[in-house]
Design a protein around this ligand. Structure first.
Ligand code: A2P
Length: 340
């Protein structure tokens, strides 16, 4: 496969390269793509060096697959051009997620919606991905009525500039600010832009994307998203109200067998998920599983995952793996191999 990574010099793009390599994705040629300022820079991948190019040059090289993580406007402009050149795009920005003609996919939840005709596939928001991986098996069993979620999101979700801001503040250095306020020794209850309804766009992503991925508009979601001075890993306090009664032991058992989920829930031995320990892992960790005594049929959980991996790069590569497995990703080299 000729694989383009658009945003290859960014935090998620770098992680995408790492995940492609780790998972042995069949990359024959890598096309690293970034902005003008990075053109010509060399990126090493599987022992070979590749020069960073602009999106236009990448399109001319006719990639089979493009993983995008270079912001919404880059995706809006270039994803259709890549797709038009015969390439399948998996896009990590929010540009296409709520477009009714585009699929929004978390492989553990709704891989079945993918078809051969999907040429631009959206990778969901990081906080939504880790939540739905845990919610889906519970929804299948007990039917979810309502979810109340509060997030504790790492600075890596904002990008390179935010990581630098936190480092600068810790070292007492002045520098460019990614946020309107200091982030070290602070929390910022504001992720993405504010909307007219008083919520942030990040909060509404969690509301709308959850319904779309789970394929159920009746699930009510309300969200508060908060940036915290953590380097890697998003955490979430999630309260779920079910339609049907549940048994706590059965909930644990369901989650222990759920794909992509690891239960870390042994409070007697101080075992619960934490972002520091979720770093560099592809699974979603869940713990503090307990009944909400304030209303019937409700559950509290604490969900943690590496936002750059399952929340972004790993999920995108997993989508590509499914396309490959279902034979929806056709490369010229494949055709030759099949013809022989
Ligand atoms: P560059 O490093 O050349 O600016 P992050 O979100 O971690 O800051 O990364 C954003 C990524 O998106 C970077 O790789 C950045 O490249 C890339 N990018 C930003 N704007 C464009 C653009 N117009 N065309 C291609 N890549 C872009």
């Amino acid at each position: 496969m000729k694989v383009a990574v658009v945003g290859a010099t960014g935090l998620v793009g770098t992680k995408m390269l790492q995940v492609l390599k780790e998972r042995d994705f069949p990359v024959t040629t890598l096309i690293p793509v970034a902005s003008e300022k990075s053109v010509g820079k060399e990126i090493e991948f599987c022992g070979k060096k590749y020069k960073v190019v602009l999106p236009e040059e990448a399109i001319a090289m006719k990639p089979d697959l493009a993983l995008f993580s270079a912001g919404g406007s880059t995706s809006l402009k270039y994803a259709p051009l890549f797709a038009g050149a015969g390439c399948v795009v998996v896009d990590n920005s929010s540009a296409w997620r709520m477009d009714p003609t585009k699929k929004l996919v978390v492989p553990e939840v709704n891989a079945h919606v993918l078809t051969e005709d999907d040429k631009i596939i959206a990778n969901p928001n990081c906080s939504t991905i880790q939540m739905v991986v845990v919610l889906k098996p519970l929804h299948d069993k007990y039917k979810i009525k309502r979810v109340v979620v509060s997030t504790y999101q790492s600075v890596t979700g904002t990008g390179v500039k935010a990581v630098q801001q936190l480092k600068n503040e810790r070292e007492g250095k002045k520098g460019e600010m990614a946020y309107a306020y200091p982030i070290d020794m602070n929390l910022i209850p504001h992720i993405d832009v504010f909307l007219e309804n008083g919520y942030t766009k990040e909060e509404m992503k969690m509301v709308n994307e959850t319904k779309k991925i789970m394929g159920d508009d009746t699930i009510q979601v309300t969200s508060t998203t908060v940036r915290v001075p953590v380097m890697g890993g998003h955490s979430e306090s999630v309260n779920v109200e079910f339609e049907n009664e549940f048994d706590l032991e059965e909930v644990r058992n369901i989650l222990e067998h759920a794909p992509g989920v690891v239960v870390v829930d042994d409070v007697a031995n101080l075992k619960y998920p934490m972002p520091l320990y979720a770093q560099d892992r592809d699974e979603v960790f869940v713990g503090r599983i307990r009944r909400d005594f304030s209303i019937p049929k409700a559950l509290n959980m604490w969900i943690v995952a590496d936002n750059l991996r399952k929340g972004a790069a790993t999920n995108a590569v997993q989508i590509a793996e499914i396309l490959l497995k279902k034979n929806f990703l056709k490369s010229p080299s494949h055709d030759v191999a099949n013809a022989l």
